[in-house]
Ligand binder design. Structure first.
Ligand code: NAP
Length: 452
């Protein structure tokens, strides 16, 4: 497996892959480790996750540089990602026990209760866009619940994959409780069907989710899928436009636009579309594109060369179909996998910028005539992950939020994940939830005990 620095288009390191036998051996050892790990108490696991949080913080600079080097995230965002992982460890260290405490239920029994018990080995198939956060938001609740894990990370972040495994060991977790499998995606199915694996979680694209969930379904195994999104950013005519423009830039360009919950379709009331677009153009023109390791850089490269090609195809095809190119629309003249922040106006049904998930620095502006139109366009998507609504009337904002077919809506705020709130999608954005108490209950046996 290769780490390629996307800012320089340069090979950083190569790592050997595990063979099928080695991977099966790791699963077996993890299963063995799980037999004693599930018997440990919350207090023991709490201390492990507190140590892990400390370790993440003390090693933040090195880990952030590793992430930026492998997938091109700007360094400030990499540092923030490590900090968020530490917070997630602390959150579940503190709350897992109360989330999973026995529930006594009054029935006709002498005593009846619901208990929450770990399932065993959880397989996690993870994406490269948040190489640490995606892993920790699955691992902290799963392991606090008493499960153990094997992780197959995306092939372009092998350094991060190994660093995460190492962090668990250094924090004092018993051997084999968290292991990284260095395998390519065609080898994933064999791990899913391995009888030692109890359940699977995948964060990634629709095709990967469909393939892994099908394999899991054939074995009657639980799966959680966190897939793509095409979040609407609805700007109503009474929105605070200055604030909406400012947040729109972050909402789209965080991680160079490579986020499942990035704002992708800017659905703007026709009364304010000109002003909004002009504001966006001003803000985007001031951004500094450059090497993500430099602290002053605001927009770095995409993670892989093929992602730049995809982005360019989506932009070109949309322009050929009638969208207006407001700015960008090309690669800058520099080495690396860069694409200039791009604004497309007059985006309409039938264009890739309207229907497809756009995974890069592209603002697709879709003008609408009314609130009802905005809701209809927002819901005219195969995805249903997140979204936001901008209006000065918060009662109206909540009313619109309730009508959107997504797993989350933020009114006058940046759509983001937060350990305290459930995260996940509907439609082609997947099923199941991560984070909060909902996430920790995905990988436990919710068991009824009835005593007569
Ligand atoms: P991807 O190509 O689906 O890869 C995700 C993971 O799945 C990688 O580990 C990949 O391994 C593996 N994989 C790919 N095809 C597979 C298959 N047929 N069978 C088994 N495993 C397979 O997605 P990506 O390009 O890394 O990530 C971008 C996508 O993830 C976007 O659609 C984004 O919206 C979504 N995403 C969703 C969330 C969420 O929470 N909903 C969060 C982040 C990202 P290889 O790298 O070895 O191919």
């Amino acid at each position: 497996m290769k780490s390629i620095n996307p800012a320089l288009n340069m090979l950083i390191s190569e790592y050997p892959e595990h063979s099928a036998e080695e991977a099966a051996g790791i699963v077996e050892k993890t299963w063995q480790a799980g037999l004693s790990f599930k018997e440990t108490g919350f207090a023991y696991r709490r201390e492990l996750f507190r140590s892990l949080a400390l370790l993440l913080r003390s090693d933040k600079n090195r880990l952030a540089r590793l992430m930026t080097g492998e997938m091109g995230k700007i360094i400030r965002e990499s540092e923030a990602e490590i900090e968020k992982c530490a917070l997630c460890c602390e959150y579940y260290a503190e709350h897992a026990e109360s989330m999973l405490c026995d529930e006594i239920v009054a029935t006709d029994a002498r005593r009846s209760l619901v208990v929450f018990q770990p399932l065993g080995v959880i397989l996690a198939v993870m994406p490269w866009n948040f190489p640490f956060w995606q892993v920790f938001r699955f691992a902290a609740p799963s392991l606090m619940a008493g499960n153990v894990a094997v992780m197959k990370h995306a092939s372009n972040v092998p350094g991060c994959a190994l660093a995460i495994e190492d962090l668990f060991l250094k924090a004092g977790f018993p051997n084999d409780v968290f292991r990284t499998l260095m395998i390519p995606s065609p080898m994933v199915e064999a791990i899913v069907v391995n009888p030692r694996v109890a359940a699977v979680t995948l964060t990634g694209s629709g095709p990967a989710g469909s393939s892994v969930a099908s394999a899991a379904a054939k074995q009657i195994k639980k799966a959680v899928l966190e897939l793509g999104g095409s979040d609407a950013f609805i700007v109503l005519e009474d929105a605070d436009l200055d604030r909406a423009v400012k947040v729109a830039v972050t909402a789209r360009l965080l991680n160079q636009g490579q986020s499942c919950i990035a704002a992708k379709r800017f659905i703007v009331h026709e009364a304010v579309v000109e002003e909004f677009t002009a504001g966006l153009l001003r803000a985007v023109s001031e951004l500094q594109v450059g090497d993500p390791i430099e602290p002053a850089t605001q927009v770095g490269p995409l993670a892989r060369a093929d992602l730049v090609d995809d982005m360019h195809r989506q932009v070109q095809t949309s322009v050929e179909a009638g969208a207006t190119l407001v700015c960008g629309g090309r690669r800058p003249d520099r080495t690396g996998f860069y694409y200039l922040p791009t604004i497309l106006g007059d985006v309409k049904k039938g264009m890739p910028a309207y229907h497809e998930e756009t995974f890069g620095p592209l603002f697709s502006i879709i003008p609408v005539k009314s609130e009802a139109d905005a809701i209809a366009v927002a819901n005219d998507s195969e995805f249903g992950l997140g979204g936001s609504v901008w209006t000065r009337d918060i009662v109206r904002g909540e009313k619109v939020a309730r009508k959107l077919e997504t797993g989350a809506v933020f009114v006058n705020g940046l759509m983001k994940s937060d350990p305290r709130l459930p995260f996940g999608g509907i439609k082609k954005s997947g099923y199941g939830r991560e984070l909060a108490s909902y996430g920790i209950k995905e990988f436990v046996n919710i068991k009824t005990i009835w005593i007569g």
